[in-house]
Design a protein around this ligand. Structure first.
Ligand code: NDP
Ligand code: OXD
Length: 304
């Protein structure tokens, strides 16, 4: 029984130390595997296509919090996501930062600063700024709370429209009304067949003119050509993206050079390597005892 770790060497060194201390076998990368039949666990962000290579694989442990990007696994292989404390709060912090940056016109000020241009713009009070959050789950709820505490006028949209304390919630049939009031639109949805490409031209056209866009969900939510067209027409004024399609975004991609768009390389949340390794040990331990491992994903419901 061994775990195969597929990620960066820096994170791998931490996993190696934690696994050695627990006396659990671990292989660093495919080339280090001495006996493919001993590999029972795979820790990675995206699993390889070739599962047949490891005939006794039982569990794929996604080193991230979200598993939206992981395709259906072959029958009999369990999927586990990494659940460590603080990850949802990290995404909240990034999203609040992005909201403040767009609310306070930072893309324009950063561009002006490049040319030494001192030019003020009118400041809109938070109470006069309507923020709309698509996806009111664990993370959306935290973001709504924080932004409301800063006086923003916050509303949320979710499939079920489940009420959330102190936040105006729109359900599936309220999307148009929700968009019409959203000066800053935040996407914190999971990527599913229903939500893929949801940030598209038709949706942008329902926003107020000059709206701002934030995507911390998945790159597959956004039609980036439609976003550029909306920025060019003035429908959108700026955007901040933590996720892109593909990732990494190629160095030559025009979005990197668009001053209206700020991109971070999928860092809204980052699992601490030591916490991630300890979570993997808990998964292995729980499975040995015949228990449901922490972070277990019911793959029959993963498609939402
Ligand atoms: P949750 O599962 O807790 O919440 C998902 C929310 O989305 C729920 O409100 C759900 O509504 C809503 N939703 C799902 N499908 C639809 C739909 N078709 N139409 C409308 N609403 C829908 O997820 P989390 O808050 O934990 O995470 C959200 C996403 O954030 C993750 O899936 C991942 O993509 C992303 N993420 C990004 C990170 C980063 O570093 N950038 C890190 C971690 C996560 P309902 O409850 O009504 O079903
Ligand atoms: C994610 C992560 O799920 O970074 O996006 O953990």
């Amino acid at each position: 029984m061994a775990l195969l770790f597929l990620s960066t060497p820096e994170r791998g060194a931490v996993w190696q130390r934690v696994f050695d201390a627990a006396d659990e076998p671990i292989f660093m990368g495919h080339d280090a595997v001495t006996d493919a039949r001993s590999v029972t666990h795979l820790a990675c962000w995206t699993p390889p296509d070739d599962f047949a290579r490891y005939p006794n694989l039982q569990t794929v442990i996604c080193v991230g919090a979200g598993v939206d990007h992981i395709p259906a696994l072959p029958r009999g292989i369990a999927l586990v996501r990494t659940t460590v404390p603080g990850l949802d709060q990290m995404v909240r912090d990034w999203t609040v930062m992005a909201t403040l940056m767009l609310h306070r016109d930072m893309p324009t000020y950063l561009e002006n600063a490049q040319g030494g241009v001192w030019q003020t713009r009118p400041v809109t009070p938070a109470a006069k700024r309507c923020v709309g959050i698509m996806g009111m789950g664990r993370i959306g709820g935290l973001v709504a709370q924080s932004l409301a505490a800063m006086n923003f006028n916050v509303a949320g949209w979710s499939r079920s429209g489940t009420p959330v304390d102190d936040t105006e919630i729109f359900g599936a049939d309220g999307l148009e009304r929700f968009l019409a009031r959203s000066d800053i639109l935040i996407c914190l949805l999971p990527l599913t067949p229903q939500t893929r490409g949801i940030l598209n031209a038709a949706l942008f056209n329902k926003l107020p003119d000059g709206a701002a866009l934030i995507n911390a969900g998945r790159g597959g939510h956004l039609d980036s050509d439609a976003m550029i067209a909306a920025l060019n027409s003035g429908k959108l004024c700026s955007a901040m993206l933590d996720v892109t399609d593909p990732e990494p975004l190629p160095q030559t991609h025009p979005l990197w050079r668009d001053p209206r768009v700020i991109i971070t390389p999928h860092v809204a949340a980052q699992t601490d390597a030591e916490d991630g390794a300890r979570h993997a040990l808990k998964v292995i331990g729980a499975e040995r005892e015949g228990l449901v491992p922490p972070g277990f994903v019911d793959q029959t419901h993963k498609g939402y």
